[in-house]
Design a protein around this ligand. Structure first.
Ligand SMILES: [Zn+2]
Length: 258
């Protein structure tokens, strides 16, 4: 992709915002767009989008061509997993600070799970109560926020104490009920990481297999092909979390004890 100039990564004046990967059918090639600005999120974005690029390129033999991209609930598995499969190379970017990057990356992924579920639960409540006014919707968000993210402290910020945070989550307005898909993908990616940390050498081969399958299978079937558990099954989260906890205890013992 570097040789064929299929990446436009640096931020510059006048450039559109955001980061994404797309497919250029005429060239049979992926293209990555980003706005790198010298922060650790540059690395997260590039490895994430590289996961999308690698997956869509791997599944070009899929027929019909529209099957090259996975369906919504599976679309982020490959990208989020690639973020973790690239961990062994992080010293190239961060030198002796690589574990601090891994800590921020992994703790963000873990903390995202209750947030993603909160966004989904809130939407279920809102659609079940179309008669609610704005205050009732805010009160519902704050109640659920206390349930899923009890550590959040908004002391002195009135709009957030009244439950206003949800209005910054654009998906609630633009893509109703899509948000839970990120958590489904995140659990799959965390399982790949757990297998990698456990020294399971078949983890990457399984990843390659589902990259080639593209959108030809649904979520549960893809996970089966990848040798991963479905997040809804008993024990999936506990087992995955146990391995991740070990990583925190070994690499960031001070943080793990908090
Ligand atoms: Zn993505």
């Amino acid at each position: 992709m570097c040789q064929r100039r299929l990446m436009d990564l640096d931020a510059r004046k006048g450039k559109a915002a955001g980061g994404y990967c797309t497919w250029l059918p005429d060239f049979q090639a992926p293209f990555i767009f980003a706005n790198s600005n010298g922060t650790q999120s540059d690395v997260e974005t590039l490895t994430h989008e590289a996961g999308h690029a690698f997956q869509v390129w791997s599944s070009t033999p899929c027929f019909p061509a529209s099957l090259a991209w996975p369906t919504n609930e599976s679309a982020e598995i490959h990208s989020m997993s690639m973020e973790f499969f690239t961990w062994p190379w992080m010293e190239l970017f961060f030198k002796d600070q690589a574990d601090r990057y891994r800590f921020v990356h992994l703790s963000g992924a873990v903390k995202f799970l209750p947030y993603g579920v909160l966004v989904d639960h809130f939407q279920h409540e809102v659609y079940a109560h179309p008669d609610w006014d704005a205050d009732q919707r805010n009160a519902c968000w704050r109640r659920l926020e206390n349930q899923y993210l009890p550590h959040k402290d908004y002391s002195g910020i009135d709009v957030l104490e009244r439950g206003g945070w949800w209005m910054r989550q654009l998906h609630i307005f633009m893509d109703p009920f899509y948000y839970i898909d990120y958590t489904l993908a995140q659990v799959a990616a965390l399982q790949f990481l757990a297998r990698m940390l456990d020294g399971d050498e078949s983890a990457f081969a399984d990843y390659l297999r589902i990259c080639r399958l593209g959108g030809s299978l649904c979520y549960r079937q893809l996970l089966k092909e990848a040798g991963l558990q479905v997040p809804f099954d008993d024990g999936c989260l506990q087992e995955t979390a146990a391995t991740l906890r070990q990583w925190f205890e070994t690499h960031m013992p001070e943080a793990a004890s908090r």
